[in-house]
Design a binder for this molecule. Structure first.
Ligand SMILES: [Fe+2]
Ligand SMILES: [Fe+2]
Length: 217
């Protein structure tokens, strides 16, 4: 059990299902995008060290839980239909830390292996870090950012750009690419941009279809 203010979340694997539907769908799509990018990322395959099947399972879970810390934010922030105020953003920026705490409370025993669990923790904690050190929560930079989080940062932003949210329209895949590639060595690592560019044809074809997953997911 973990508590922030009036919010309490039990430490089973079920918290994912308590996330709003949009966040769950976003998390699943981010997983699909990272899976595609990981095909071109020997650094990730080598550092993980397991089979492709094990890595794919860990990536899918890591993406599924990457925004889990949002469960500990107030409903006004989590379900906001408009742009957030600066104060709300300060709270929102805590979600990677809350997510890490939640995953630590769930514990390694609930996952298939130590490396599977560690990959989840790396993405949860670091998916908003930036290559130039201007991200959050810790402001780590460059190669200090775990490779899964370097890829995850691109996948997360790509999905946000090409998806409609209640408070913003989506942009085209071409426009999203322009924005993402312009952020090389600023927001995103050269490694992640290289994997993204190679993944683009497949990403574009997948995102051109209707990407909605099992409502129970
Ligand atoms: Fe996030
Ligand atoms: Fe996200």
């Amino acid at each position: 059990m973990i508590q922030k203010g009036e919010h309490t979340v039990d430490n089973s694997r079920e918290p994912f299902f308590k996330l709003p539907y949009d966040v769950r769908q976003h998390s699943i799509r981010v997983g699909k995008a990272i899976l595609i990018m990981s095909e071109y990322c020997d650094e990730l395959k080598n550092s993980f060290g397991g089979s492709k099947k094990e890595l794919d399972a860990a990536i899918t879970d890591a993406a599924k839980y990457h925004d889990i810390g949002k469960l500990l934010l107030s409903d006004e922030i989590l379900c906001s239909t408009g742009p957030l105020s600066e104060t709300d953003w300060t709270v929102m920026r805590l979600h990677p830390v809350y997510g890490e705490e939640l995953m630590l409370s769930i514990g390694e025993k609930n996952f298939p292996s130590k490396k599977h669990y560690e990959l989840i923790l790396e993405l949860v904690k670091n998916h908003h870090e930036r290559y130039n050190g201007k991200g959050y929560p810790c402001g780590i930079k460059g190669g200090e950012i775990p490779v899964i989080a370097q890829l995850g940062a691109v996948a997360d932003v790509f999905d946000a750009l090409v998806s409609r949210r209640s408070y913003k329209n989506k942009v085209s895949i071409n426009k999203a690419s322009e924005i993402i590639i312009a952020e090389e060595k600023e927001h995103f690592s050269p490694l992640a941009i290289e994997c993204y560019k190679k993944s683009l044809p497949l990403l574009a074809s997948i995102y051109s279809k209707k990407l909605t997953f099992d409502p129970k997911a």
